[in-house]
Design a protein around this ligand. Structure first.
Ligand code: HEM
Length: 245
């Protein structure tokens, strides 16, 4: 279908669009609850119960986030052309495409891409790696902090003493646990918390850069790339460079 001299092209399939917006909502919620957790003392949240409740909310949203990321990872192998990893992660010929694109955006006729442009591919690849890092470190902390799945039952079994059932131990309460094992657990989980926090900061920075470049590309190159994440379609006056006849 075309309107005026614009041609409409299908790009993002429904699965990719649903992933994008579920991910966006989960990441905003996770950053919000994560920040409340980080500044809990300053916010006057001091009770252990409130601390555990915040972590539980964060972890439950984290599960939705994790399923969504895992599904997207699979979709990158079985989904439609532009959703596939081979069209997203930099591979053969990428450096040349990036160079050509960078030259073109300084000219009066920037190259238009139906899928992600080469700079977008770099940003998306980095974001996916960060999302995986957040998922893995978050799931480890969910198990080691509040004994939640998938690792929680193994952790509880490891630190519990001989007279207690793993189901009866409570986060942040040493009753029924072996002191030396709890201290081993503390050293084990610490680096995961550090990576989780610093990756969250990097992710926040990349999200801001991503939004800035998406708005800039939309204004300079057209192609309706923001509305395409809702409709799945982009509009172009000329044929995009990454489409075959
Ligand atoms: C993009 C996704 C995510 C973001 C931006 C995020 C952000 C944060 C932030 C800012 C904190 C506070 C760090 C601190 O208190 O030191 C935190 C802690 C935590 N997150 Fe996430 N998180 C994400 C995903 C997840 C996932 C998927 C899970 C698990 C299902 C998870 C579980 C946890 C846990 C258990 C903590 C507490 C760790 C601690 O007390 O140090 N997070 N997260």
């Amino acid at each position: 279908m075309s309107s005026a001299n614009f041609e409409e092209y299908k790009v993002w399939d429904a699965s990719t669009r649903v992933f994008h917006w579920v991910n966006f909502i989960c990441v905003v919620l996770l950053i919000f609850v994560g920040m409340v957790m980080l500044y809990k003392k300053e916010l006057g949240i001091v009770s252990i119960d409130a601390k555990i409740a915040l972590k539980t909310v964060h972890v439950i949203v984290g599960y939705i986030f994790s399923f969504n990321v895992l599904w997207r990872l699979v979709w990158g192998f079985i989904g439609s052309k532009y959703a596939r990893w081979k069209n997203i992660f930099p591979g053969k010929g990428f450096i040349k495409q990036l160079g050509d694109y960078r030259v073109s955006i300084k000219s009066s006729s920037p190259q238009q891409y139906l899928g992600h442009n080469p700079l977008g591919r770099l940003a998306v690849s980095l974001m996916i790696l960060l999302l995986i890092t957040m998922m893995v470190t978050g799931l480890v902390r969910a198990g080691t902090d509040i004994y939640y799945p998938p690792l929680g039952s193994f952790v509880a079994e490891y630190i519990v003493d001989a007279n207690t059932s793993p189901d009866d131990i409570v986060p942040y309460n040493s009753a029924g646990t072996v002191k030396s094992k709890v201290s081993e657990l503390k050293s084990f989980k610490k680096p995961f918390g550090v990576i989780h926090l610093y990756s969250a900061y990097i992710l926040m920075f990349i999200i801001i850069v991503h939004i800035y470049f998406v708005i800039r590309a939309e204004r300079k190159e057209g192609g309706s790339l923001i509305s395409a994440m809702f409709t799945g379609k982009k509009l172009f006056k000329q044929k995009p460079v990454d489409i075959e006849d």
